[in-house]
Design a protein around this ligand. Structure first.
Ligand code: AMP
Ligand code: GLY
Length: 426
């Protein structure tokens, strides 16, 4: 079979790489893909949010399965459009993708289905927002309702800051995305992410991961898309995983299906492990980036049957569960190497050498997030997050040592990375 992967980042490189290993797969196409994905199969220059262009490409290629990586095309209804054209698509409908695209919608669903999360309110006016802030204690959590590239959440330490932030957000700090705000109670605890592959009814839960959102060591500095990740995350004990399945995954999927918006694809459950148990911080409608790189690298089973079954549905839970046998996951870590200046303003264009030799280290795979080739044929940085140096090991410590061994073998003086990925578990 032939599979089309939509997207161009490290997440999509990892998906294409994993899919290409399947004995069922002949060709992996990518759109738009990247210089690294081009090594796996042909790439087509269509932007992920060019919905009509993607439809035309699908009609031209006739893939047996289309895997949509990023949230933007999902929120725009690409999965609906392609399904209406008869394609099997891994990714939720636009309605189900609102779990990520509208934080207010997501909170309303959680409230309706009794899923544990922070107390919240939705606001379009400053007066009501401030009245709700009166009922909370510092720090205050303010969220733009819409997609804001991972930057739409502000944690205000004081009431003065919170009031100022309410005014700024409502007057367009994040454009249309912050025309409406969600304000919520601050939750204390450790964060973890659980990824569930689902056909809307059946579930396959992958190992829990931990992301490192801040740019600096020790979780300091501004938020980024993620500077590294590892899995499995020991904070998510088997008991907690079972609790999440019973109190979060099951009620969300059953509720969405009953309300006519079955969720198909991968549900990313961002959790806070609070003293009262796990509570949902957010849902995303796609794999995490860079968490996906870790999950694909550590999975020994073929992922394609699960992706296909999640797209088509119609199985029993026992048939679905057999598609991705439960394995004891090998510890895996990914270290993001970024351009200097990221996340504020990345300075791109610097030359990166020795990536191939570094990727030949034992247990190491280097996924490309933002690379290109210059006129001299040299590999260069073209984005903020550039390389995802990923390694498995017998222990997490082994994996971390291997990943940093490969990082150190890469000749890219301008590149920056955190030196403490997986510190919580070590
Ligand atoms: P989100 O985009 O909703 O995941 O929020 C980004 C980050 O803000 C999360 O990863 C948390 O670190 C933090 N955050 C969001 N909501 C809360 C909350 N209610 N309490 C504490 N931290 C939060
Ligand atoms: N790494 C966080 C995300 O993908 O949203």
């Amino acid at each position: 079979m032939n599979i089309l992967v939509i997207g161009s980042g490290g997440r999509e490189h990892a998906l294409a790489w994993k899919i290409a290993q399947s004995p069922f797969v002949d060709t992996v196409w990518s759109a738009p893909g990247s210089v690294a994905m081009d090594q796996i199969g042909p790439c087509f220059d269509v932007k992920p949010d060019d919905i009509d262009g993607m439809e035309r490409l699908a009609l031209q290629l006739e893939p047996d399965l289309i895997v949509i990586g990023p949230e933007a095309p999902l929120a725009l209804g690409l999965a609906d459009l392609l399904r209406a054209r008869g394609f099997d698509v891994f990714g939720p409908s636009a309605e189900a993708a609102k779990l990520e695209a509208s934080k207010g919608y997501s909170k309303d669903r959680m409230a309706k289905y009794g899923v544990p999360t922070a107390r919240y309110g939705r606001f379009t006016g400053a007066g009501e927002a401030k009245a709700f802030l009166d009922t909370l204690d510092a720090p205050y959590v303010l969220k733009a309702d819409g997609l804001a590239g991972g930057k739409g959440v502000v944690i205000a330490a004081t009431r003065e800051e919170a009031d100022a932030e309410v005014a700024e957000m409502l007057s367009g700090k994040f454009g249309d995305a912050s025309a409406e705000l969600v304000i919520e109670e601050f939750m204390e605890g450790e964060e973890a992410s659980v990824f569930v592959i689902t056909d809307g009814t059946n579930i396959l839960t992958l190992p829990a991961a931990q992301d490192h959102k801040r740019i600096g060591d020790g979780d300091t500095g501004p938020n980024t898309g993620g500077m590294g990740a590892y899995a499995p995350a020991p904070v998510m004990t088997p008991e907690l995983m079972a609790e999440v399945e019973e109190r979060v995954t099951r009620p969300m999927l059953d509720g969405m299906a009953e309300d006519g918006a079955p969720y198909r694809g991968v549900l990313y459950i961002g959790l806070m492990i609070t003293p009262e148990g796990p509570k949902v911080v957010e849902f995303n409608c796609r794999f995490g980036d860079p968490e996906c790189q870790v999950l694909m690298m550590q999975m020994s089973a073929d992922i394609v049957p699960a992706l296909l079954a999640a797209s088509t549905g119609g199985m029993s839970q026992s048939e679905f569960s057999r598609l991705l046998p439960v394995e004891t996951p090998r510890p895996c870590v990914t270290v993001v190497m970024a351009s200097p200046g990221y996340p504020a303003k990345a300075e791109t264009g610097s030359v990166i050498r020795n990536v191939k030799a570094a990727s030949e280290h034992e247990g190491v795979m280097i996924f490309h997030a933002g690379t290109g080739v210059n006129a001299d044929g040299e590999l260069i940085a073209t984005g903020g997050r550039v390389l995802n140096v990923t390694a498995v090991g017998d222990t997490l410590k082994d994996a971390v040592e291997r990943a940093y061994g490969a990082v150190d073998a890469i000749d890219w003086p301008e590149g920056v990375c955190r030196r403490d990925i997986a510190w919580r578990a070590l």
